[in-house]
Design a protein around this ligand. Sequence first.
Ligand code: KG4
Ligand code: ZN
Length: 333
Amino acid sequence: MLVLGIESSCDETAAAVVACGKMMSNVIASQIKDHCRYGGVVPEIASRKHIEAINSVIEEALADAHVTMKEIEGIAVTRGPGLVGSLLIGISTAKAIAYSLNIPLVGVNHIEGHIAAAFLAEKKPDYPFIALVVSGGHTNIYLVSNYHEFHLLGQTLDDAAGEAFDKAAKLLNLGYPGGVVIDKLAKKGNPRAFSFPRAIKDSPDFSFSGLKTSLLTMLKKRGCDFTEEELPDVVASYQEAIVDVLVEKTLRAAVSNNVSRVVVCGGVAANGRLREKFAGEAAAGEIELFIPPIILCTDNAAMIAAIGEIMLKSGRRDGLDLNAVSRWPLTTL
Ligand code: KG4
Ligand code: ZN
């Protein structure tokens, strides 16, 4: 089935074509340069930029896949969670295409999309598996028993891991988005140079707000910014605190649920140190690890089309009354 996926939940306007579980195109128009001067995503600007970009992004996705709009057999669009104004641009466009071509439409949960990015790889995970979804808005561990069967095992009680990266970068004047900058700078630093807390170690849940506060306290105590020589050590140590708890709690969830496969996905799964540490520890624990390529970790529409195709083939349909939802916990339907 030839499926067009559309994603516009935050600051990326994306369209992709997927057929029989294979990615045929994946186009992403990033708005980073429009938001970076504000240190974060400005919802009003995001919506306007989605309107400007969406038609050409879809056209490019069709051209890259060497298909015409008339050949598309189904539309999958992110319904939530996300910024409602942004989501509505993707949803309205998807509805218009579905209506005009008289083809089925399905609204997709963005978190489920992130997990489905793992299905686009050559080697796909079998069920059951543990999924760590780690992004700017979520840090959740699920036991995924089957298509559409999710059991939430742990989640962040405050900030998401991506937020912890972004807030630290803001405190250190490193720019936006913080995760990418810290990832790069940390490569030159010593992860044991500074001591940062690993909160609620024994719990299956996460907490990252204390980590950010400890960086703020450190800065206040000093009374001045870190020097250029110190910064790599600071961010490497800060990053290590995040990576440690993500890896440890996810692998612990796999062991305690007797599951031998782990999927790591979402924007933070692009992090070099996280990928490296997961690879080492999963191999040591004889756990099969599935981390999508970096371009499929951060927001994209191929992941939406991938899960959309599975849903459409199973008979799931949404009507033209499909609406955006800002909050939408991933639960078994
Ligand atoms: O999945 P995503 O693109 O959007 C959301 O659904 O939130 O994730 C964005 C988050 C941001 O917080 C960004 O700083 C983080 O992913 N991120 C990274 C890296 N690339 C993106 N964090 C750490 N290292 C990276 N390389
Ligand atoms: Zn995302």
